[in-house]
Write a protein that binds this ligand. Structure first.
Ligand code: NAG
Ligand code: NAG
Ligand code: NAG
Ligand code: NAG
Length: 565
């Protein structure tokens, strides 16, 4: 591990920025949702997303730079599952699955909300608005401002660009399929080095292009600190100035909670850090090193899946809500999501078919043919691995690079030859190191921060010494296996990062995007509603068994003093 950057004084100044909005002095009370009640107009517009749905879609106006109003305004797209009635409404719960989920393409927040929020809503007796939003740097440009960075007009444009670049960087033909930009043979160390130069050029060309369009400045306003201030502003507008914030963040979404705790600890009502990412390695460790650690963790969690799936007790080898049997669909999805998230190139499935370690994995899991269904052959299974979308909006840009690399604490040093050599060494060293994920690996955009020239106007250091107020109202959930979260925190690190928090470790299998079982949902909902946590040290140890025992929840309300709105 490299040494962490020295404490940056400029970061401290921003940490001290107040999180209250001084201009809204009068307290409109928590229940006056969507009613200005004040001289100013509301900073947002909201309406049902479409006819017949109760879910509402809104646009929220924010300053592009929270420290400089003259930079102009941006807009945040949000969706809201409204409380059952204004009379019993107690406030808002903000939800975040990730940097719009590191895995998903740009999905509108109302889609995630309508699919996933119902179970939480019911457990909260419909007393809270549930709000999801598209973070800065994601979403349709022009509607979300700043939205997703696009580098190419369409997939054809992208394909032509890459073909030309490949010819420029190497005399040989590129050996990838023009349509899918997937490799047609197993990649070598030279391929990795050439592709690294291609990606470097692609970043430069993309940023130049954006600057020519007069949009270059926007990229500085992308970043998690600004995203957190946007959420705080929404809380002020929806629940009243300085309202306490309830937030549930899963996996990368937990970073919003970490930033909130660092920037505005006084605003925290209740924070659920669900399978959290380690915020220190998130922005302090050079991303190519984070990638090496991440692929090793992901690779090893697939190896654990293999072990579990091939064993006599395959409890961890299925979807959290699915049947507890070895499930090839689940395995293929896991590997597919990991590739989509971690890998910067693709293979044609013929290349995957030559991966003998992966074949062995398939055979181990399929040893008892009577209990597996879905794909009949390794070939079909392998084909399904490559079925993820190539040409979504994010794929025409640089993925999460503008967000994650904008948050990075180290500066961009394009002429540092030592760094370049270190990156190239890592690329060749890791190329064939994770056969369970991909026969040859190359980092996705967000792990190439040494190529990204822009940093966010506001950044936050988690390793910097700072007086940390113990956050009693934080629930930290750590899971014993999670193929989709890497550089997550250890039990010890969690207790240091969130002193005073309720930490439950060793929870059952890691869920994907709020797809929790009943035990986990009950745990989270009770905490959000009234701060109660189980007395037993290891709740939900076996989610499926516990599910049978759960009695229908009694809809009793307790009020716990000032934290209740
Ligand atoms: C930005 O939004 C604020 C609040 O909605 C508004 O008062 C201000 O005039 C806007 N500024 C610009 C440049 O549009
Ligand atoms: C990935 O997992 C395999 C287990 O099948 C192991 O042999 C290999 O060393 C792992 N790679 C890393 C980088 O840990
Ligand atoms: C260049 O990169 C190396 C390796 O990351 C680092 O140790 C060194 O401090 C960097 N030098 C400068 C001038 O940034
Ligand atoms: C806390 O809230 C949850 C969810 O609404 C509820 O099921 C539970 O009974 C409540 N606990 C107490 C002690 O009121």
């Amino acid at each position: 591990m490299p040494s962490l950057p020295k404490f940056l004084p400029s970061l401290l100044a921003s940490v001290l920025l107040a999180c209250a909005i001084p201009t809204l002095a009068a307290d409109p009370g928590p229940n006056l949702r969507d009613d200005p009640g004040l001289a100013q107009p509301l900073p947002y517009k909201v309406a049902p997303c479409r006819e017949g749905t109760i879910i509402e879609c809104g646009i929220f106006t924010v300053p592009l730079d929270w420290h400089d109003p003259s930079a102009g305004n941006g807009s945040i797209v949000f969706a809201r599952y409204p409380a059952a009635s204004q009379g019993t409404r107690k406030g808002t719960v903000f939800l975040h699955t990730g940097v719009s989920s590191w895995f998903s393409s740009d999905r509108a927040p109302q889609i995630d909300l309508s699919r996933q929020a119902g179970a939480l809503y019911k457990r909260l007796n419909g007393e809270y608005d549930l709000v999801m939003w598209t973070p800065r740097g994601r979403g349709t440009p022009g509607i979300s401002v700043p939205g997703t960075l696009a580098c190419f007009e369409d997939s054809f444009d992208k394909s032509v660009y890459y073909q030309e670049m490949a010819w420029r960087e190497s005399e040989a033909p590129s050996d990838w399929d023009e349509e899918t930009l997937a490799w047609t043979r197993r990649q070598t160390a030279d391929d990795a080095l050439i592709f690294h130069r291609v990606q470097q050029r692609a970043v430069i060309d993309c940023v130049e292009n954006v600057q020519d369009l007069g949009q270059g400045d926007m990229l500085r306003y992308v970043g998690t600190a600004a995203t957190v201030r946007d959420m705080v502003a929404m809380a002020d507008a929806f629940d009243g100035p300085n309202a306490q914030i309830r937030f549930w963040g899963a996996q990368p979404g937990s970073l919003v909670g970490s930033y909130l705790q660092k920037l505005c600890p006084e605003r925290i009502g209740r924070l659920v850090m669900d399978d959290p990412v380690d915020p220190v390695s998130y922005n302090a460790v050079p991303s190519y090193l984070t990638w090496q650690a991440a692929i090793a963790i992901a690779n090893n969690s697939v190896a654990m899946l293999e072990e579990s799936c091939a064993s006599d007790k395959p409890a961890d080898c299925s979807f959290p809500g699915g049947p507890p049997r070895p499930d090839m669909a689940f395995l293929a999805l896991s590997v597919m999501l990991l590739r989509q998230d971690l890998m910067g190139w693709r293979n044609q499935y013929v290349v995957d078919l030559q991966n003998s370690r992966y074949h062995q994995f398939f055979d181990a899991v399929r040893k008892d043919k009577s209990v597996t269904q879905n794909w009949q052959t390794f070939e079909e299974h392998t084909k399904s691995l490559n079925r993820y979308p190539v040409h979504d909006l994010a794929a025409l840009g640089l993925g999460e690079m503008p967000i994650v690399c904008g948050d990075a604490l180290y500066e961009h040093t394009p002429d540092n030859e030592t760094l370049r050599a270190a990156v190239e060494f890592a690329l060749t060293e890791s190329l064939h190191s994770v056969p369970l994920l991909m026969s040859s690996a190359f980092p996705s955009w967000r792990f190439l921060c040494h190529l990204w020239p822009i940093r966010a106007v506001e950044r936050v250091s988690f390793s910097a010494p700072q007086e940390q107020k113990p956050v009693q109202e934080t629930l930290v959930l750590l899971r014993k296996l999670d193929p989709w979260n890497y550089l997550r925190v250890s039990d010890t690190a969690a207790r240091e990062l969130w002193p005073g928090a309720h930490v439950f470790a060793n929870l059952d299998f890691g869920p994907f995007m709020f797809n929790h079982n009943n035990c986990n949902l009950d745990l989270i909902a009770s905490f959000l509603a009234n701060g109660t946590v189980p007395e037993e040290p290891s709740p939900c140890e076996n989610g499926d068994e516990r599910r049978q025992q759960i009695r229908p929840a009694r809809h009793k309300r307790t009020h716990k003093g000032a934290l209740e709105l």
